[in-house]
Ligand binder design. Sequence first.
Ligand code: PEP
Ligand code: MN
Length: 478
Amino acid sequence: MSSVGSEQWTPDSWKAKPIKQDVVYDDPAELEAVLARVATLPPLVAAPEIDRLRAQLRDAAEGRAFLLQGGDCAECFDYCNPEAIEDKLKILLQMSLVLIWGMRLPIVRIARMAGQYAKPRSSPFEVVNGERIMSYRGDNVNSIDPAHRRPDPQRLLSAYFHSASTINYVRLLLDSGFADIHKPEAWDLGHVRNGEIRREYQTIVNHLTDALGFMGVIGAADSRVQALNTVDIYSSHEALLLDYEQALTRPVSKSHDQSPPVSPGRRRPYEPSTPPRKQLAPELCDWYNLSAHFIWIGDRTRQLNGAHIEYFRGVHNPVGVKVGPTMEADELVRVLDILDPLFEPGRVTLITRYGAGKIADFLPAHIKAVQATEHRPVWCCDPCHGNTTTAPTGHKTRSFDAIIGEITSSITIHRGLGSRLSGVHLELTGEHVTECTGGSQELAPSDLPSNYQTFCDPRLNYEQSLDIAFKIAKVYER
Ligand code: PEP
Ligand code: MN
């Protein structure tokens, strides 16, 4: 056993480790002042919510649930508006309904939202109009506008407030019945043109509402009907800017009530999740990242001895790790040893992203290496990041067929080895963008310029996302 991970962890112990993708600010004093302010602001999520997600991810790791994680590659501050938030919620809900129906399993929904602002980049600089400038690093660092690429610490504060506003609106929608299956708002297909998808989807909704009506008539368990009045949606982001993450990492008394509420519709009375710090002896606390329910480490920042792994090992949230072709099988086991020393099923979600043409070369060895240990992670397929190409028009794109190809290969490889794919991680939007090709709309590379909006990676649009949900559901129905 190496000494990695065995030293004392503190919220800032990552600072002693080498860090990748670091942001250098011109004025360190201004950065410190902003971080000091963020550290005094209220948490964005509550520890009992994180505990509930941890329990649900344990179910996913053990084959009793399936994870659907999705959202923008780079969330922009501008996306904090009611329409964009409603659209994203709506597509995640509709996809989850299709998956529930096809898989007959509860779906754990995690949005890449309310904080997915920071972006790792392959190069810190780019050339725009012949001039070498800093790359866009996400709205919490600098602006997409080439004239404003200097990292601005005030953007961290702005990120906090945009996250707060986004998560507040999600909570408001869920609390006011947006996700109630009896109401059409979130469940209506709107302008999906494909007749087959409309019919299949409507059949699912009809079956469900019939079943609910029947349960109502026979007076079946109230709580089960209630569970369909609302749902859980968790927030997540890549925890890249560790200074910011640290400022929202708070001690929570181990004695807080960790039992899940009776149903998502019936919440417990409010209990502050962070009693004043002075009252908490360190040995009586767990440290939670209260900026989001779930955080993950990107493929570029997961070095065994690096700052990100060090930070992640100490927080009580369930965490994700991106796993690409450059991950060695024994390195993967070491990552799990550090992040999951107690062998807790679902504590770690392995988000694999090899590419449709490469998955067969890498996934089997990764599965076998993990099977030889006591670790039971959630295996989740990100079929997006290994399948990015450049179209003849110069647009960064992904083909629907490659995306579905990587998912189906992943399912088959897991099955063949007695393992199980328990989740998908997708870059998607509820809007009608033209960033990926294919799907039931048969978008061609020449269609990409018509509504190409992303500032970072290409996202599946509304119809393509629904298409994916139907395809996955069908593979599991078999
Ligand atoms: C991402 O999820 O947007 C991303 C950058 O992924 P990866 O770390 O897998 O490259
Ligand atoms: Mn991306």
